[in-house]
Design a protein around this ligand. Structure first.
Ligand SMILES: Nc1nc2c(ncn2[C@@H]2O[C@H](COP(=O)(O)OP(=O)(O)OP(=O)(O)O)[C@@H](O)[C@H]2O)c(=O)[nH]1
Length: 220
């Protein structure tokens, strides 16, 4: 996985099995303008739904949340409209993140079409497989104005191998929390895979060093 320097790993006392714990994670919320990114972040942070937000505003929020009994410190980047067309700054935001929410509105086909493009940007910027990405369809309360069927969202998510949620930020907090918690679980899972790969690599290097030293002592 990408840069992991900001993560802290807690280890238990001597003799006990090491406990690897992800203490912090960075989440980036991406999506076409007006799909509800700020509403999603504010709902998660405050449990409240506020109808209108300043558009085009990029914000970073921090919060502590408990997932599966473990507290995790989250930094959440709510990307702004300008970013959707500015590849360089979007790249920087993507490199910063550990996990991603790509959002669209079920009332806006254009926002649905943007999902694939955004996913490609994430894959290109991270240059590695297994980046945790969740696709979120929002505004399901506006069923009469719906232009994207739930099945289309599910199909797209399947194609991109991402978990999928269809929610209404306006309607409640629980589904919003489920999105963030699922993403944190995915980030944790990738983090552990990354640790295991590093440990395996260091074991192989150690073995090579031991063999090398043995061979040298024999020839001396
Ligand atoms: N009916 C309904 N409206 C919503 C929902 N979520 C957000 N909205 C409304 O959609 C509009 C845009 O929401 P924002 O959260 O500002 O969207 P954004 O993606 O942050 O927009 P930009 O900052 O312009 O990129 C606001 O008027 C919200 O009140 C929802 O679940 N249902």
């Amino acid at each position: 996985m990408g840069e992991r320097s900001h993560h802290m790993i807690k280890r238990s006392g001597s003799g006990a099995k090491d406990v690897r714990k992800l203490n912090r994670a960075r989440v980036v919320v991406l999506g076409h303008p007006g799909c509800g990114k700020t509403a999603l972040c504010v709902r998660f942070l405050t449990r409240r739904y506020i109808g209108e937000y300043e558009p085009n505003k990029e914000s970073t929020y921090t919060t502590d949340t408990v997932v599966d009994g473990e507290t995790i410190h989250l930094e959440i980047l709510d990307t702004a409209r300008k970013h959707q067309n500015e590849k360089v700054s979007l790249d920087a935001s993507i490199k910063w993140g550990d996990g991603f929410i790509i959002m669209y509105s079920v009332t806006d086909r254009e926002s649905f079409s943007a999902v694939k493009r955004i996913k490609r940007l994430i894959d290109a910027a991270k240059e590695t497989l297994g980046i945790p990405v969740i696709i979120v369809a929002n505004k399901r309360d506006l069923d009469r104005s719906r232009t994207v069927r739930c099945a289309e969202g599910q199909e797209l998510a399947g194609e991109l191998s991402c978990p999928f949620f269809e929610i209404s930020v306006a309607d409640g907090y629980d589904s919003v929390a489920s999105v963030f918690h699922r993403l944190i679980r995915e980030v944790k899972c990738e983090f552990l895979k990354h640790l295991e790969a590093m440990e395996k690599r260091s074991k192989i290097l150690n073995m090579r060093n031991v063999l090398f030293r043995r061979r040298r002592s024999k020839t001396q």
